[in-house]
Design a protein around this ligand. Structure first.
Ligand SMILES: Cc1cc2nc3c(=O)[nH]c(=O)nc-3n(C[C@H](O)[C@H](O)[C@H](O)COP(=O)(O)O)c2cc1C
Length: 442
């Protein structure tokens, strides 16, 4: 061969890219599947693919400095004697004590209370610190029943029956031994230091009728006072929302595939469930078909980061959103200030997702007493409250530009889509056209 003939540059495979090759080598070396925290890392259709159509001649905007734009929301108006009244439609999602330090749980409670919203317990029960600092505390009732007790149910302001999560619909939780400290073990009635898996389904259910019985039991235990939420991961939202409503839920929480987790197999996070955006229209359609839209409230989560995301979720028909990952970042997680320590863990601040290992330099996803003590719950709570305030202001700015005097007046008509996929999923027109792909479906 003539070596003077110009050679084409080496070409890497799009299918076998560097990450895939490294993962095959890692699997071949260890024989263990990859476990990690956080949500899906691949790009899927999202709220970024939608845009607001601000007012112009055909619509009338509101003035930001003198015309109000309401943000309050009431959750649990269907059956509960004491619905939850929040100042803003952004709630803090359920994250377990065990996955998070006690300091982080307390900070979430403080931040949420300052901002006038609710926070939620998680697998493993309620800590006195988070109850003490949370004005509105939602108590999760999970398949594992770890840390569950009727006294805490009665101490809560609402109950969330967890059927599934967006990061792992159909799967259960994981808490590795490193994070099972004396306190976590005692609350969960588990041995210290041993890896633990939570159940993927409730031990006493075989189908939707059992959910109805369970909700009834929970109402009896709490004297019909507390709103009962049902949380599902996004897979078949039309049917799951309809069944949750039929079973008697006051509120449905729908968590899309971008939803974060403390620890799950990577294959689960990346390959099971549907994007949050794709969950929206089927869920709202189910509520509308049952005549229950706005009567049973819909909380949406999974990848919510900004006031724009909040406003888009509300425009598509949600009553409120929940945030997990973004709240942890606001507290101080994955902060480049700890870059040297992240590097020592073989990662970098923006990519750190080994939350299951309990070595978080920010003191948030850890049970190590020295690391956890780094997080000041008062300061971190203030950061979360600031962030919630900014998100709310952003959502109001967009809503006013669309001429809306309350965030709940936003509607699909205020939106268009940047891609055909997003237009089809959200059932809003492709930008610059009046075309909604597949109109007539969900
Ligand atoms: C650290 C961590 C712990 C979590 N623990 C629980 C849990 O105990 N129960 C639950 O239902 N969901 C749990 N989740 C999922 C959240 O409730 C929520 O569905 C998800 O974080 C929302 O997506 P986002 O993180 O993109 O905001 C957890 C999420 C994270 C990040």
């Amino acid at each position: 061969m003539d070596i003077n003939v110009p050679r084409t540059p080496p070409r890497k495979s799009a299918t076998f890219d560097d990450y895939t090759l490294a993962e095959i080598r890692r699997a071949a070396t260890t024989g263990i599947y990859d476990i990690r925290g956080a949500g899906t890392k691949r790009k899927v259709p999202h709220f970024d693919d939608l845009l607001f159509l601000g007012a112009s001649i055909s619509r009338y905007p509101l003035e930001g400095y003198r015309e109000k734009c309401g943000t309050d929301v009431v959750l649990g108006t269907r059956f509960a004697k004491k619905p939850i009244e929040l100042k803003i439609p952004i709630t803090i999602a359920g994250m377990s004590f065990g996955s998070l330090s006690a300091q982080a749980k307390e900070a979430l409670g403080r931040g949420a209370s300052m901002a006038g919203t609710s926070t939620t317990t998680g697998d493993g029960g309620m800590t006195p610190e988070e109850r003490g600092q949370s004005k509105h505390l939602v108590y999760q009732y999970l398949p594992s029943r770890y840390g569950m007790n009727p006294d805490d149910l009665r101490k809560a302001d609402a109950i969330e029956v967890v059927v599934g999560q967006g990061a792992k619909p159909g799967g259960g939780g994981m808490l590795l031994g490193q994070k099972i400290s004396d306190r976590v073990a005692q609350m969960r009635c588990l041995p210290k230091g041993i890896d633990q898996r939570s159940a993927c389904r409730h031990p006493d259910w075989t189908g939707p009728d059992d959910l109805e019985i369970k909700i009834h039991e929970l109402r009896e235990i709490t004297s019909w006072e507390k709103p009962i939420y049902v949380k599902v991961g996004g897979t078949r939202p039309y049917y799951d929302v309809a069944l949750a409503v039929k079973a008697g839920a006051d509120v449905v929480v729908l968590d899309g595939m971008q939803g974060g987790t403390a620890a799950t197999q990577d294959v689960f996070i990346e390959h099971v469930g549907i994007p949050t955006l794709a969950c929206m229209r089927p869920a709202v359609k189910a509520l509308q078909d049952l005549g229950m839209h706005r009567k049973v409230q819909l909380i949406v989560s999974g990848g919510i980061r900004s006031g724009a995301d909040v406003a888009k979720a509300l425009a598509l028909g949600a009553d409120a959103v929940a945030i997990g990952t973004a709240a942890l970042v606001a507290l101080g997680d994955n902060d480049p200030a700890h870059e040297e320590e992240y590097r020592a863990l073989g990662t970098t601040a923006g990519a750190y997702d080994d939350w299951h290992e309990g070595r978080d330099p920010a003191g948030i996803t850890t049970q190590d007493p020295v690391l956890a003590a780094r997080l000041d719950p008062v300061k971190a709570g203030r950061r979360l409250s600031n962030y919630l305030k900014v998100m709310t202001l952003e959502a109001q700015t967009v809503a006013r530009a669309c001429g809306k005097s309350h965030l709940h007046n936003l509607e699909p008509e205020d939106l268009c889509a940047l891609t055909v996929e997003a237009a089809a999923m959200a059932q809003v027109p492709l930008a610059g056209t009046s075309w909604i792909p597949g109109k007539g479906g969900y």
